[in-house]
Design a protein around this ligand. Sequence first.
Ligand code: NDP
Length: 308
Amino acid sequence: MTEKIQCLIIGSGPAGYTAAIYTSRANLHPVVYTGIQRGGQLTITTAIDNFPGHPNGIQGPKLMEDMELQAARFGADIRQGIVEKVDFSSRPFKAWADDGKEIIADAVIIATGASARYLGLESEERFKGMGVSACATCDGFFYRNQIVAVAGGGDTACEEAVYLAGIAKKVYLIHRRDELRASKAMQERVFKTPNIEILWSRTTDEIVGDDDGVTGIILNNLKTNQKEKYDISGFFVAIGHHPNTEVFKDFIECDKEGYIITKPGTTQTNIPGIFAAGDVQDTRFKQAITAAGTGCMAAIELEKFLKQ
Ligand code: NDP
């Protein structure tokens, strides 16, 4: 079925929903395709303490539910579904969703965000869902009183390690350098948690296990050049994200890592009428509040574009 609309928003994190709030209030009747993870990355996190307006913090899933309700209140048409293919070669733009709809849109906001990266080990692939995970808040529950490891040294790794330390008996934080990348506040939380042990200057060589799942990891100690084995039953990967731009890359200009390139100070892509907001175009800040900010910018730019 073909549907003709003014504004298509692809993605449902803080960028997508903020764009939906603004465009629906501007009477552009936006259609939002949420993607697989409705609400985006914040739906798999815990307390958010740095989103303004919530003096006591707010749970990630609740914040996203509220943003969705706010967008729906002004009439945004929010659909659970994935945009599988696009044709941005001429205006109006075409997109095909997995609900069978062909969408013809006057303008588009891409807010598809980024997804967790994995180390790329064969053993990691083998034990995915059997002890290997990229989401502590989704899977941490299974490791009560067990020993787990988190790979990474950024805010995500530290946050996941602290979260897991409240469930598991012990958490190894494996970092490839001798200094964490995470913010000082997050580092402090890690240092103050007694059951987190940081394994500095180590990389993961292999995840070992049996038919029941993960039983251990083999690490490479970069200082001694020795292999080390640790017994664990859960391995959490927290080494950053890659942008979700696969569907657009034939049309939209991206950098070498796949992030959409926008004109500085705007959300404009290489195609007039197509805007990008949130983590999909942000190699630097990657915060919920900056994503929401660029979602607002994209909506205002789109509205102006349609008026011209
Ligand atoms: P980051 O890119 O900040 O950190 C990734 C970490 O993984 C780095 O320590 C990096 O090591 C390590 N790493 C990358 N590739 C590999 C590899 N192949 N093998 C081993 N280690 C690897 O990603 P995050 O997801 O942690 O954070 C993304 C953004 O989101 C940041 O801006 C962060 O501040 C923000 N964030 C904020 C939070 C908050 O404020 N509450 C919570 C979570 C994230 P190295 O340091 O050596 O490069």
